[in-house]
Design a protein around this ligand. Structure first.
Ligand code: PMP
Length: 292
């Protein structure tokens, strides 16, 4: 939001970001006891708002934290935030922590504070299609995370460490592999293309159910592109024609080098071009308010 107001939402109030402060006793700060969402906005329209609010509800259910707002209240907060920040082509970040308790105690049964609810608008520059088509390089790394990766938690230390491994290897990202099975990226889902069939690991506790992943699957289904949601072996990465990493902010990034070797032709592939084109069309329709 260059030169634009940066008004954030904190516990029922709107204020400049400099004024928004949270207690040091907040469990989000002390334990990472909090969940979050990132919702892209095209024009003034939120991408897959229902999907994001459903995923938020699932994250809250998994940590037994009641949702502080119903869908209409969330929608009203987002609308206000976008208005106050002149927000267009941006993203909404929201975070709910279990709040500040009197004592630093893991137990959630001590006299409960109220949750801390925070939301802000941030600028995202949608990836330029030429930059995106140049592709990215990645390495495979051991996925040492826990068995609750379906929760969109702010406890992202493992992801930070895994991304650091990629930086240390001078590549953009890492594909995570658990016991020979591909799970996801450090902040994205993974697809491969083999013989014109898309393959992506199934939802479960080992990965985040990405909204972009959903969208890619929907695009494939609507356009007679074969898609399999199944266990993906690490070896299949090395034999893939194409590899993609998908996320709200990165969209669909073709991986052109993996562990220093070319993926397929070593360039963004024909299936990526086709699906990316359909994704761009969807975005434009969303911007125009023609789809949800
Ligand atoms: N997996 C992880 C670990 C992520 O952090 C993200 C991005 N938040 C994703 C997958 C992709 O999710 P989405 O498409 O909803 O951005």
């Amino acid at each position: 939001m260059d030169n634009k107001p940066n008004i954030v939402y904190l516990n029922g109030q709107y204020m400049p970001v400099e004024k928004a402060t949270v207690s040091v006793m907040d469990r989000g700060f002390l334990f990472g006891d909090s969940v979050y969402e990132v919702i892209p906005v095209f024009g003034k329209n939120l991408l897959r708002i229902d999907g994001h609010l459903l995923r938020l509800q699932n994250s809250l259910n998994r940590i037994s934290l009641p949702n502080p707002h119903d869908d209409d209240e969330w929608q009203a907060i987002f609308t206000d935030l976008l208005e106050k920040n002149n927000g267009e082509d941006c993203a909404i970040y929201l975070q709910i922590s279990r709040g500040a308790y009197a004592k630093r105690d893991l137990s959630v049964k001590t006299p409960a504070g109220r949750p801390t609810v925070f939301a802000m608008v941030f600028q995202v520059t949608p990836p330029d299609i030429d930059v995106l088509s140049a592709g990215i390089s990645a390495i495979t790394v051991d996925d040492f995370r826990w068995n609750a990766c379906d929760i969109k938690t702010t406890s992202l230390l493992a992801n930070v460490m895994l991304r650091q491994q990629a930086s240390d290897a001078n590549v953009e990202d890492a594909i995570l592999v658990k016991n020979g099975i591909v799970t996801e990226g450090t902040a994205s889902n993974v697809f491969i293309v083999k013989n014109s069939v898309l393959v992506t690991p199934p939802m479960g506790r080992l990965l985040l159910p990405g909204i972009t992943r959903d969208l890619v699957i929907e695009i494939a289904n609507n356009n007679a592109i074969l898609i399999e949601e199944r266990e993906l072996k690490e070896a299949e990465l090395y034999a893939a024609d194409e590899i993609w990493m998908t996320s709200s902010t990165r969209e669909i990034a073709p991986v052109i080098r993996l562990n220093g070797k070319a993926v397929g032709s070593g360039k963004a592939g024909p299936m990526w071009k086709r699906v990316m084109d359909l994704y761009q069309q969807y975005k434009q329709q969303l911007r125009n308010g023609d789809v949800k």
